[in-house]
Design a protein around this ligand. Sequence first.
Ligand SMILES: [Fe+2]
Length: 296
Amino acid sequence: MTAFTLAHLSDPHLSPLPEPSWSELAGKRITGYLNWRRGRAAFHRRAILEALVADLRAQQPDHVAVTGDLANIALAAEFAPARTWLETLGTARDVTVVPGNHDVYVDATREAFARAWTPYLIGDQSAPSEAVAFPFVRRRGPLALIGLSSALPTPPFMATGKLGAAQLARLTDILARLAQEPVFRVVLVHHPLRASAWHKRLVDSEELSAALARHGAELVLHGHDHRDSTLWLDGTGRAIPVIGVPSASAAGDASHDAAAYNLYRIARVRGDWVCEIVARGWHEGAMTELRRIRLF
Ligand SMILES: [Fe+2]
């Protein structure tokens, strides 16, 4: 059986954070900046992220999905280094990105990610000169990767996300169309469908769950919570696994898992999908295999 291997990582929260100007710190960024200086800078470590990326590349996945929060407070100077980091993961053909709330932290730079990372978040039918639009669809091997944007600027101390009616309507059409083919549909979204806290929730998660229940999907991948998590949603015929990963740079603490990523080995056997997950992560100062689970 030849399997297609999809790697999923999230929330690298790239460091070092460029030094902001006073004018950039006006408004919401000041709270994010103080958070970064007080704890997040020590928690999200570049050396751990680099070990994770080296380990991931050594596994030679066929494709890599990144579900947002490359940036921290969306300073204009964060986006070019994030693009350089993406290039260390692979080419835009082999890596797909969706944005997180930290990538659109404030109104002033809410479009910056789309300009800096364009080739990594456009659909197969779009030219790099076109505006980035969600959802986008990319076909890779047996997969259809469907990229959503739940990212939007929020008031201080809020980290909610929203897809909106127009994006949900387009997603519904895409899922219905792809359901006609033997294709493994992977939905990528930054926010989880069941949030760990009210101020971090996806406000239209019920509408997303309803679209998934109606037309099905084989897998939903997210970040945001910085935790390893699995939720099963109603689907068509088979329940849909919704799986989150810890931050790819996390040192780990009492309430957050240390850095990890998942490898999905996907194959079609006698007309049915087979999918195994291999979780690899940071443990006692090195990358190691954490567990291996047959999903279906
Ligand atoms: Fe995050």
